[in-house]
Design a protein around this ligand. Structure first.
Ligand SMILES: Cc1cc2nc3c(=O)[nH]c(=O)nc-3n(C[C@H](O)[C@H](O)[C@H](O)COP(=O)(O)OP(=O)(O)OC[C@H]3O[C@@H](n4cnc5c(N)ncnc54)[C@H](O)[C@@H]3O)c2cc1C
Length: 438
C-alpha cells in the first residue's frame, strides 16, 4: 500500500500495490507496505507528528532489517534537489532523498567533488551516511565523514539543525544515526575541487605479496580494493584508483607485486560482464565515474545476492585476511566475491571506524540465506580476536552483547536518542535488539 504526498491532492491518498515491498536485493520482504511519500518539510513534520511508529526508507539497499517497519514507512524520494552550493565554505546542501547518482554529475558540472564514494552511486545520501557506508582509501574516511550539517525532524515533529562546527559531540553522535533519531531532511556535505581519476586493475596478486607488502599496496592509490574468492593463494583482482594529479600518479607497470595488469575491463565477479562497471585501463575520467565500481544506470554487483562485511583495526589487516583465508573451503562455495578495503579512522560515535583506522572484509554471497547463516558465525568466530564490527546495513549473526561491547559511545548514543526520540518512535526490531536492548 503506498500513499503519496507528491503527485496528488491529498497526501494521505492510498492506492493498492500488487507487489510486496522488498529491499533492493529482494532477500527481505518488509513487514508493512504502508509507505507514505512526502515532498516537503511541512509534510514530513505533520506525518511524523501523527504517527506513533515509523521508519524512513532510503533506496532500500540494506540487506538486513535495519530499515524495516511493522507500522509505517516514510519515503523522501521526491525530495531530491541540490539546495545550495557554497563556494566559500566548500559545502553543498542537499535534500535527504537525493542519491549520489543524482548529486555527483550536478556537483561535477559546477566544478566540485566529494572526497569518496561507495561501490555504487545508486544509494541515497541519507541512508548511506546513516549506516556509515564507505569506499576505500587509507586516507579516506567513510561517506558520513563528509557530513558537516544536518536538518532533522525529531519524533515530536520539531525541526533541529546541527552542525559539525556548532554542535561538537552531539553532532558526532547524530551523523551515523542508524535512522534512530528522527527524519533527516537536509544534509550538508564537504566538497572539494573536481578531480580526475585513472583506474587500473591487476589480476592474480599472490597472497604472499599481501602478507609482505600490504601497506605498500594500499598506499599505491587514492583508493585500493582487493577482490578474491579466497582460492589458489591469490587475490583475483586489485583495483587501483589513482588521482590524476601531480605527485599522485600511479605508474601502471605491466607487473605489480607479482600481479599482472589487466588487458580489458573486468567485473569484480569474474564471470560477469564488465559493461556494468566503471571504466578501467587507466582511461582518465571524472571522480564520480571512477570512484564507484559500478555505473549509474546499470545493475550494480550481481543483483540476486546477499552481503556481509566486517571491519577490523587496520593494524590487524594481514592477520584478519589470513584468518578468513583459512576458512576458504567453507566460504567459497557460497560466495560470489569478497572485497577488502581500507578506511581512515573517524570520530563518529557509531561508525565502525570510530577512532580506528580499519580494514573491511566484505562478502557478496549467493542468495542462499540458510547456507550463509551457517557460515557467518564461523567467520565471526575466526575474526573475534580482532574485535570485528559488522556493517550496519549488511547481514551478520553476532550476538547483540558482542556488537554493543565494541561501541564505547553506545551509552551516549542511547542518551542522545532520549532527546530526539524519547518514546522510540523511529526504532524497530533491529534497533531494539542491536542498539537499545540493555
Ligand atoms: C550492490 C550494493 C553495493 C553496496 N556497496 C557498498 C559499499 O561499497 N560500501 C558500503 O559501505 N556499503 C555498501 N552497500 C550497502 C549500502 O550502502 C547501505 O546499505 C546503505 O545504507 C544504503 O542506503 P539506502 O538509502 O539504500 O538505505 P536504506 O536501506 O533505505 O536505509 C538504511 C537506514 O538509513 C535510514 N534512513 C534512510 N534515509 C533516512 C532519512 N532521510 N532520515 C533518517 N534515516 C534514514 C533508514 O531508516 C535505515 O535505518 C552496498 C549495497 C548494495 C545493495
Amino acid at each position: 500500500m503506498v500513499s503519496r504526498g507528491d503527485d496528488i491532492v491529498t497526501p494521505f491518498f492510498v492506492w493498492a500495490s500488487k507487489t510486496k515491498l522488498t529491499n533492493w536485493a529482494g532477500n527481505l520482504e518488509y513487514s508493512t507496505d504502508r509507505l507514505y511519500s512526502t515532498n516537503s518539510l511541512e509534510q514530513v513534520r505533520s506525518y511524523v507528528k501523527k504517527q506513533s511508529k515509523l521508519k524512513v526508507l532510503g533506496t532500500r539497499h540494506c540487506f538486513n532489517n535495519i530499515a524495516d517497519s511493522t507500522h509505517n514507512f516514510l519515503s523522501l524520494k521526491s525530495m531530491d534537489s541540490m539546495v545550495a552550493l557554497d563556494q566559500q565554505t566548500h559545502t553543498v546542501t542537499v535534500d535527504a532523498g537525493m542519491t549520489y547518482g543524482q548529486l555527483c554529475p550536478l556537483l561535477h558540472s559546477k566544478g566540485f567533488a566529494l572526497h569518496n564514494l561507495a561501490s555504487l552511486p545508486h544509494i541515497s545520501i541519507a541512508g548511506a551516511c546513516s549506516t556509515a557506508t564507505h569506499g576505500s582509501g587509507e586516507k579516506n574516511g567513510n561517506l558520513a565523514t563528509a557530513v558537516s550539517g544536518l536538518e532533522i525532524v525529531t519524533a515530536a515533529g520539531d525541526v533541529v539543525k546541527l552542525s559539525r562546527q556548532q554542535d561538537g559531540e552531539a553532532f558526532r553522535g547524530v551523523v551515523v544515526g542508524l535512522g534512530a533519531l528522527g527524519v533527516i531532511t537536509k544534509i550538508i556535505l564537504d566538497i572539494q575541487p573536481a578531480f580526475m581519476i585513472r583506474q587500473y586493475v591487476y589480476e592474480n596478486l599472490p597472497l604472499a605479496a599481501v602478507k609482505d607488502h600490504f601497506d605498500a599496496i594500499e598506499a599505491s592509490g587514492y583508493s585500493v580494493s582487493f577482490f578474491t574468492d579466497w582460492q589458489n593463494e591469490r587475490i583475483s583482482e586489485v583495483w587501483i584508483k589513482s588521482r590524476d594529479e601531480a605527485g599522485q600518479e600511479f605508474e601502471a607497470t605491466p607487473e605489480f607485486f607479482g600481479a599482472k595488469l589487466a588487458t580489458k575491463n573486468l567485473h569484480p565477479i569474474g564471470e560477469l560482464s564488465a559493461e556494468n562497471c566503471t571504466e578501467q585501463m587507466g582511461v582518465p575520467g571524472p571522480w564520480f565515474e571512477r570512484l564507484p565500481h559500478f555505473r549509474m544506470g546499470f545493475t550494480p554487483s550481481a543483483g540476486k545476492e546477499l552481503q556481509s562485511e566486517y571491519f577490523v583495526p587496520r593494524q590487524h589487516a594481514v592477520e584478519a585476511i589470513l584468518a578468513v583465508q583459512r576458512l576458504r573451503d567453507q566460504v567459497s562455495p557460497h560466495l560470489l566475491t569478497s572485497e577488502i578495503r581500507t578506511i581512515a579512522a573517524d570520530n563518529l560515535w557509531l561508525s565502525p571506524c570510530y577512532e580506528q583506522a580499519s580494514v573491511s572484509i566484505h562478502f557478496t554471497w549467493k542468495q542462499d540465506w540458510p547456507a550463509v547463516r551457517k557460515v557467518l558465525p564461523v567467520i565471526e568466530k575466526e575474526l573475534a580476536p580482532f574485535k570485528p564490527r559488522p556493517h550496519w546495513g549488511k547481514l551478520f549473526t553476532m550476538a547483540p552483547e558482542q556488537l554493543k561491547s565494541s561501541y564505547k559511545r553506545l551509552p551516549d548514543f542511547m542518551q542522545l536518542s532520549k532527546k530526539y526520540d524519547p518514546q522510540g518512535k523511529c526504532r524497530n526490531e533491529f534497533l531494539n535488539t542491536n542498539v537499545f536492548s540493555s
